[in-house]
Design a protein around this ligand. Structure first.
Ligand code: UDP
Ligand code: MG
Length: 181
């Protein structure tokens, strides 16, 4: 039973692979946003076998920021495995999944939280543009969603990436699946 007045813990799960260029800026923007929500939170960074020093940087975040935890994977397993590990470890009443490369603006998280507080189990964000992505990526993405929606029993809105919020109910269901993609 959902009570909109009850305090909540928000988890933010971030798969990270060689993001040393953007990681400081990402963490800065993310923490400013999370502090503004005025509720407890945890940032769960998943180091997917970075080789560019991102791992050491994340170690420093853990030491200086009490709300940060890191899962270090032993090698690069790919984003899906990193996300699965992070979601399994999330302790929150809800979890936001967000990329570290700032293609997903952290500033939208409060609105996602509001929608969850209003009762949504899943809040999916949609890319308005694919700025910085090349013709091949745009065309293949468009084909991917057309094909996906032809074969799927469910309508999957185009250009919804992984930027989303999931309720505890969804997280529990997801964590029970053996599926990894
Ligand atoms: N990522 C990861 N493991 C990988 C590749 C990427 O954890 O093997 C992370 C990456 O650091 C970023 C997110 O997954 O936070 C999305 O990666 P990318 O920007 O390459 O994917 P796209 O924007 O094309 O979906
Ligand atoms: Mg990206």
């Amino acid at each position: 039973d959902f009570n909109a007045c009850r305090p909540f813990l928000l988890s933010v799960v971030v798969p990270v692979y060689n993001e040393i260029q953007v990681l400081p800026q990402f963490m800065e923007r993310l923490t400013v946003v999370l502090e503004s929500i005025k509720q407890p939170y945890e940032i769960l960074l998943v180091d997917d076998g970075s080789t560019d020093g991102s791992g050491d940087m994340m170690q420093r975040f853990v030491l200086s920021m009490p709300s940060v935890r890191v899962i270090w994977l032993s090698r690069n397993f790919g984003k899906e495995a990193a996300v699965t590990a992070g979601l399994a470890e999330a302790k929150g009443d809800a979890a936001v999944l967000i990329d570290a490369d700032l293609q997903d603006p952290p500033e939208l998280i409060p609105e996602m939280v509001d929608n969850w507080r209003d009762g949504a189990d899943m809040v999916c964000m949609r890319r308005r543009s694919r700025a910085g992505e090349n013709w091949f990526k745009c065309t293949s993405a468009s084909l991917f969603y057309r094909l996906l929606n032809r074969i799927s029993r469910f309508d999957i809105p185009p250009d919804t990436g992984d930027f989303r919020l999931m309720s505890r109910r969804v997280l529990n269901a997801l964590n029970r699946l053996p599926e990894r993609n």
